[in-house]
Design a protein around this ligand. Sequence first.
Ligand code: NAD
Length: 244
Amino acid sequence: MRLSGKVAVVTGGASGIGEAAVRRFVSEGAKVVIADINDHKGAELVAEIGDSVVYQHVDVTDEAEVEAMVAKAETTYGKLDILFNNAGIGSLNATDELSLEDWRKIMAINMDGVFLCAKHAIKAMKRAGGGSIINTASILGHVGQAQTGPYSASKGGVANFTRALAVEYAQEKIRVNAVCPGYTRTPLLEQLDDDMLQYLISLHPVNRLGEAEEIANAVLFLASDEASFITGENLLVDGGYTAR
Ligand code: NAD
């Protein structure tokens, strides 16, 4: 029970990597606020998992909703110890054909959202005497790939935002790390055709996609006190993708 007595918020908690983290956190003793825009899936998860979780509708680009999300953790469970700052969307477009509107949509969710959730979680963590934030970056915050301009820019931003926050809040006992998944089998990849998936698989030396549970295991470690001397780290969980 590595998270016994801890209270967590998981954004994008209704699907994929976030959902796997919710299940892992609960299995290790945490109380969890599942924060997402997918109210139907959120309600299903609460019905299935039971009273260790509550669901809160939040669009991470809306500051008032983000504040309400943090308040939900404090009013329901008394405090906030862990933020898995994970909600995000993908993009695959030629950059010279991308509209400014599309660019801004990616930035709004993948970067503004990470900022807003961190901002309000930090206030709660100061009240709690410390905490652990894990941002979801990506291999594409570390290496380039064609047609991923705004996504890669956003994840590179998250990667270094993580280091900056780690330095800024170390004295407040708030650790800030990022998990950087390789391509992982979640609904996010459903937009890709089989040829593209096979190509992406071939880029991983392990010759397969990651599973959401494999990313959640790394998030659990970073969230737990086992990682007490780790802050500012970007942990690649990528089947060797970036080692190649
Ligand atoms: P997913 O689509 O299964 O889950 C993302 C969740 O975020 C969904 O439940 C969605 O409803 C929610 N969401 C989207 N916009 C939101 C918003 N504005 N406010 C609140 N919630 C919102 O995808 P996933 O693969 O689990 O992705 C989770 C994170 O992992 C993302 O940040 C993604 O960029 C990152 N990531 C994924 C992969 C991959 O291959 N799957 C690889 C690297 C990084």
